[in-house]
Design a protein around this ligand. Structure first.
Ligand SMILES: Nc1nc2c(ncn2[C@@H]2O[C@H](COP(=O)(O)OP(=O)(O)OP(=O)(O)O)[C@@H](O)[C@H]2O)c(=O)[nH]1
Ligand SMILES: [Mg+2]
Length: 299
């Protein structure tokens, strides 16, 4: 069989399970996941290499009405990928169904998609009845631009092989873009920062996590292999800083020890993680802060 490859963008509303699916497909955690909407802020590449083909997935931020410059950036990242890929994977969350925001996305995608094929995945089927899956399938079948509809559970893996099979149809004869053992093109420091942010998202409540940015100040390796990682958690207000640090630094310690375990797994070495907390008010609307945190402000 001729070698085939292709780029596939995963598009959907926030929290539908896009990053969970990408991690499942790649077989390793490269994109952070949380029960918060708007976890993913940038385009994250995940590479699936099989004997005769390579699928390169682009995990994107959940499509949402933007509330800040960062939000505008995230929306643009999601839609911009559409023009660069061989196929789009549209994801719906069966547990919440097709809401107004999903309807809007389905319409918007139809208007932008051109000739690029779209495969729809109905995710979180582990949480719903067959009747619900049928209803959602019927709704999606009304869209001519959707070429296939596959019910899946990114969490349990159910249906994910069928989804991969549906996507292979749209690969084109082409090169192996990445070596077999490469699962992402994100630099280590970036994955490291994301793992710290994921831990903060999981441990902090209310609005605080949405205003958190993580900067890696330095990573260095000692002779015995151990990595020293110096990172700063940025938050938007003094009161938030207090909460991130916690009583007697208890919260910061929890964030540090949980994130350290993840980063040790990533590096395959012992890690000494030093976390600092700083206030940077309204950074989500600051072009210079966005640039510093790795979001291209030229949009
Ligand atoms: N029960 C169940 N939960 C799932 C499934 N897939 C994802 N989740 C959960 O849904 C939540 C959101 O998952 P993410 O993968 O972060 O969603 P996302 O679409 O990438 O979200 P954003 O990056 O915010 O757009 C997490 O709590 C996941 O554990 C699934 O198939 N079944
Ligand atoms: Mg995500």
């Amino acid at each position: 069989m001729e070698y085939r490859s292709g780029f596939i963008s995963i598009i959907g509303s926030p929290n539908v399970g896009k990053s969970t699916l990408m991690n499942r497909l790649v077989g390793q955690k490269i994109s952070i996941v949380s029960d918060r909407a708007q976890t993913t802020r940038n385009r994250i590449t995940g590479v699936v290499s099989r004997e005769n083909y390579q699928l390169i997935f682009l995990d994107t931020p959940g499509v949402n009405a933007p509330k800040s410059r960062l939000g505008e950036y995230m929306l643009k990242v999601a839609y911009d990928t559409i023009s660069e890929v061989d196929a789009v994977l549209l994801m719906i969350d069966a547990a919440v169904g097709i809401r107004d925001k999903d309807e809007k996305l389905i319409t918007e995608l139809g208007a932008r998609i051109g000739k690029t094929p779209v495969v729809a995945a109905i995710n979180k089927t582990d949480l719903v009845s067959l009747g619900t899956i049928d209803e959602l399938t019927e709704r999606l079948e009304k869209e001519n631009y959707i070429k296939a509809i596959v019910p899946i559970s990114a969490e349990t893996g159910r249906g994910v092989d069928k989804l991969e099979a549906a996507l292979i149809e749209y690969l084109v004869p082409g090169p192996q873009y990445y070596p077999d053992d490469m699962v992402t093109d994100q630099p280590m420091w970036s994955i490291c920062a994301e793992m710290i942010r994921e831990t903060a998202l999981k441990l902090l409540r209310d609005e605080i996590p949405h205003g958190i940015g993580v900067g890696i100040d330095k990573i260095q390796q000692r002779e015995d292999g151990l990595h020293d990682v110096f990172a700063t958690i940025y938050c938007e207000r003094d009161s938030h800083k207090g909460i991130v640090i916690g009583k007697g630094a208890s919260m910061l310690k929890r964030i540090g020890s949980t994130a350290r375990t993840e980063i040790e797994w990533l590096f395959g070495t012992k890690v000494n993680l030093q976390l600092y907390v700083k206030v940077r008010s309204d950074w989500r609307n600051s072009a210079s802060a966005l640039r510093e945190f790795g979001f291209d402000p030229n949009f």
